[in-house]
Design a binder for this molecule. Structure first.
Ligand SMILES: Nc1ncnc2c1ncn2[C@@H]1O[C@H](COP(=O)(O)OP(=O)(O)OP(=O)(O)O)[C@@H](O)[C@H]1O
Length: 361
């Protein structure tokens, strides 16, 4: 028997197909607001002391971040672009006047030196500290599932509370006839179908199985798992949810080879937007369609996976080196000329000086 929610969804789908003339609802809280309400109540019930401490650190970190930027993409679209983006953390500049671009269907790998600020960028995006539209649903996995009384299986199915948020969102979008809203609406429906309650446990169990949980382990309480296994539960929740924008910070830490391969395969088919920080080049090669290089406080974009990035960057550096060598030889030539002909070549001398200054900058 289809659930009431499913029946309502089918009706709304039909209404949307007829031209999006669904009844406009009162404004409901955004996905992210709901998500934080859900996670706050979960905190009350489930989080242990350690998780509460981590949450406190997160809040302190958020307070230490300052973020500015301007949304230049369509607020209703599936692609997101923030320009003039500057992020500081504890007074240190992480990025300055750069561009964040997250397009639908792309799987971005964010790379950069240790300590350059990759995690800070992820957190700032997730907290929407920059003007990313409120109704864009995101999910960040940066740490393990808190130790609680819930079983691993329950912990994954529990994330299903997001379904209600999606249903609210669908109702809102159904009342908006414009093309972008309707496109978004179809995506929300697709996700609701994937989250069908009858299949919920089966799907959660499949994901957990892929991440190495036997049937017995799936029924074990979260608090009885090590941090590494609880990290896998956090990943399973994200894979169950399949948000519009999925942010993963070092997802392969704590995974054995088999689970890594499974995760890579799973993420390589992610149809929405993925932004992942990982030190594993193999993983990035298998998953990413684009690389974002956090370099000299800028986000620099490259097409292709990690190997392609290395190749492109090498070519760029080689070309730069060639250009530098050529300029140097020109410079020397001018200097030689000035030395040979003295006064009559003031213009060349000025050019040589200005070239030299350029390279010294
Ligand atoms: N509590 C803090 N006080 C001051 N600076 C901090 C604090 N926490 C982190 N930082 C600094 O902020 C910068 C950005 O840290 P972040 O963790 O985002 O970098 P990262 O690129 O993700 O690093 P890694 O690759 O090592 O995980 C780092 O240089 C770090 O030293």
């Amino acid at each position: 028997m289809p659930s009431d929610a499913k029946k309502a969804r089918e009706a709304a789908k039909k209404a949307a197909a007829k031209g999006g003339k669904g009844k406009k609802k009162e404004v409901t809280p955004s996905m992210s607001e709901n998500a934080s309400v859900v996670s706050l109540s979960a905190l009350d019930e489930e989080l242990d002391q350690a998780a509460a401490t981590l949450a406190k650190i997160e809040l302190e970190n958020a307070a230490a971040r300052s973020v500015a930027g301007a949304l230049t993409s369509d607020p209703k679209g599936l692609d997101h672009r923030v320009e003039s983006l500057t992020i500081t953390f504890h007074g240190r500049e992480i990025v300055v006047d750069t561009k964040l671009e997250l397009n639908r269907g792309r799987r971005y790998g964010l790379i950069g030196l240790n300590g350059s600020g990759k995690s800070t960028v992820l957190q700032a995006i997730y907290n929407k500290e920059m003007p990313i539209p409120e109704n864009v649903d995101m999910y960040l996995v940066s740490r393990e599932m808190p130790a609680s009384e819930m079983t691993a299986l329950q912990a994954v199915v529990d994330v299903d509370s997001v379904r209600k948020d999606l249903e609210h969102l669908a109702e809102q979008l159904a009342g908006q006839p414009d093309e972008e809203s309707q496109e978004k609406l179809m995506d929300v429906y697709e996700r609701l179908d994937e989250m069908d309650a009858e299949l919920a446990e089966k799907k959660a169990a499949e994901i957990l199985h892929g991440l190495g949980f036997t049937k017995t382990m799936q029924m074990k309480k979260c608090k009885d798992f090590s941090g590494g296994w609880r990290m896998r539960i956090a990943l399973a929740r994200a894979l169950y949810l399949k948000p519009s924008v999925l942010l993963l910070d070092e997802p392969t830490n704590h995974l054995d080879l088999e689970a890594c391969v499974w995760l890579e395969e799973e993420l390589s088919q992610y149809k929405r937007t993925l932004l992942v920080v990982s030190h594993s080049q193999d993983f990035m090669n298998g998953v990413c369609t684009n690389i974002i290089h956090l370099f000299q406080k800028q986000l620099v974009y490259y097409g292709g996976n990690y190997d392609q990035f290395v190749k492109t960057r090498l070519e760029l550096l080689e070309n730069q080196q060639k250009r530098y060598n050529w300029e140097q030889s020109q410079l020397q030539h001018m200097k030689d000329y000035v030395a040979r002909f003295g006064h009559g070549s003031a213009k060349l001398a000025r050019q040589a000086q200005s070239k030299e200054k350029q390279w010294l900058r």
